[in-house]
Design a protein around this ligand. Sequence first.
Ligand code: PRP
Length: 177
Amino acid sequence: MTALKLIISESQIQEGVGRLAQQIRADYQDQPLLVVGVLHGSFVFLSDLIRRMDLPIQVDFVRVSSYGELAQSSGKVRLHHGIRTSVVGKNVLVVDDIVDTGLTAQFLRGYFEGRRASTVRICSLLDKPARRRTAVTVDYTGFEVPDQFLVGYGLDYNQQYRELRALYSLEAGTDGS
Ligand code: PRP
């Protein structure tokens, strides 16, 4: 048995998303932006964020994996689906739900810089610094979170819970299972 414990409420998330959207709008000042979502975890956050940024944007997605079906990072990032849009000379904003070890963010920064983007910035709703394995710059962060397994608002456990409006930690039941 597992239980869900509320960590960040729906209204707190929406406040955080609004704050990030404002910062991004202030920094880019009407410059066009290519927003790249990292599937699958980012899709809920990305759809809320882009509707509040009020900037001329394009949207594309990449799919990478660093966890597979495991709760522990394998330490490797695999690109399963790359970008379809040309990034040459563009401002790229990578949008992810969480930066954990930092390996995904670091990999994607290199990926877009290698494709000659003009600028590459990373925006993550959540940051879990306790798990960092590489010193990657995260340009925009909504919330710093403790080292707990989180679900909801796009984050999953075995593909479940992504639809929840708030963020929860997944706790083992009292019987230890
Ligand atoms: C998660 C999350 C980030 C990445 C962060 O994705 O969405 O993309 O891991 O971890 P890192 O900082 O240790 O690299 P996951 O591989 O769980 O896939 P999902 O988004 O499809 O759930």
